[in-house]
Design a binder for this molecule. Structure first.
Ligand code: NDP
Ligand code: GDR
Length: 327
């Protein structure tokens, strides 16, 4: 039975990746950072019905000694580094923490692997945010990077360190340059989930409006369930490499609102207002990925449409709020 160690197991991707690896017969061990909210921290794993099927071990990305201890005791065949301060907007308020966790933290995991178990296969959660001020209209593995936030700068550092550890130490280290991916388990602060939650609350009479920032930015949105499959496939290749994972379709926040409100039979123009508080100091206006390499080499294809995913998210948020109302 292969063993996978997942940092960020309590996040959206960690939960879906655990589900996938458990189905494939893996022993799944997740890194859990100490929190006073231990009762709610496993909520996503619980939602998927797998909280009791994974092992959780204490550690923190900023504490190399904890990572060394974890790799020593867990003895993983594969390490997926998904942990990060992942909210772009917060990275301007907490640039140093973001650098420490999202940038240096990834290198701490690489170091723990190199020191203790350098033959473990390593996955780094790189991001389309690294393209930032895009240098080409459609972004692939060869497109130059231009990060636009402290988060993206930290991710770029971690990305190049992953490449560097592969080239310097011969480690099986791969980076997935993943474009935005969402699900009913997406954090409430991210725009898709904020919108689907807002739709549900308005539909159920719990809110009258939804305040957003820039409605004109566009993103290439896919489903997290599809994207964790690409992570797994990268680590099954003989050779480590970097891959863009994207749908090849970009949609504005405005059109996202149109789609989400229409699922509940509502017109977004009646409810969406803009609030400058949600604008960013520097915006990434457009992202559109070309996943030809992942399709050709990994045989990966996205299976969920944007419309299907948004409907799934709205339904899940309606169910959540109805449950609260009735309890
Ligand atoms: P989430 O924000 O949902 O999850 C982040 C995870 O990191 C949580 O489990 C969190 O733990 C953990 N974490 C944060 N700080 C630390 C720390 N100091 N030590 C240990 N664990 C920590 O992110 P996603 O699941 O959406 O994304 C997974 C990864 O992929 C992230 O690295 C993200 O930056 C990257 N990414 C995501 C994309 C997306 O569209 N979702 C696209 C491209 C890249 P806790 O639960 O305790 O907060
Ligand atoms: P992003 O995701 O920054 O792309 O990072 P987010 O959903 O936060 O923003 C997407 C776009 O929507 C615009 N926007 C708003 N965003 C939020 N959060 N809240 C609002 O009210 C709002 N109004 C408009 C933003 O300005 C932006 O243009 C996500 C994260 O998962 C990263 O960790 C990951 O690396 C990238 O996706 C790929």
């Amino acid at each position: 039975m292969p063993t996978a160690l997942i940092t960020g197991i309590t996040g959206q991707d960690g939960a879906y990746l655990s589900q996938l690896l458990l189905k494939k017969g893996y022993r799944v061990v997740g890194l859990l950072r100490r929190s006073a909210s231990a009762d709610v921290i496993g909520e996503r794993l619980r939602w998927l019905g797998i909280l009791d099927d994974v092992e959780l071990v204490d550690g923190n990305l900023t504490d190399l000694s904890s990572l060394i201890r974890v790799v020593e005791t867990v003895n993983p065949d594969e390490i997926y580094n998904l942990a990060a301060q992942s909210f772009v907007a917060a990275s301007w308020q907490q640039p140093l923490l973001t650098g420490n966790v999202t940038g240096i933290g990834a290198v701490n995991v690489l170091e723990a692997a190199r020191i203790v178990q350098s033959n473990a296969r390593f996955y780094q959660a790189s991001s389309s945010e690294m393209y930032g001020l895009i240098q080409e209209p459609v972004q692939n593995e060869k497109t130059p990077f231009y990060p636009r936030s402290p988060y993206a700068v930290a991710k770029l550092y971690a990305h190049w360190m992953t490449v560097n550890y592969r080239e310097s130490f011969g480690m099986h280290a791969s980076s997935g340059i993943l474009f935005n991916h969402e699900s009913p388990l997406r954090g409430i602060e991210f725009v898709t989930r904020k919108v689907t939650d807002g739709v549900a609350r308005i539909k159920l009479g719990l809110a009258n409006e939804l305040a957003l920032g820039n409605l004109d930015a566009t993103r290439d949105w896919g489903h997290a369930r599809d994207y964790v499959r690409a992570m797994y496939l990268m680590l099954q290749q003989e050779k480590p490499d970097d891959y863009v994972v994207a749908t090849g379709r970009t949609t504005s926040i405005r059109d996202l609102c149109r789609i989400a409100f229409s699922v509940a039979g509502l017109n977004y123009e009646d409810y969406v207002v803009t609030n400058p508080a949600f604008l960013r100091p520097a915006e990434v206006e457009v992202l559109l990925g070309d996943a030809t390499k992942a399709k050709t080499i990994l045989g990966w294809e996205p299976e969920t449409t944007l419309e299907g995913m948004i409907a799934e998210m709205v339904e899940a948020d309606l169910a959540r709020h109805s449950r609260y109302q009735n309890s």
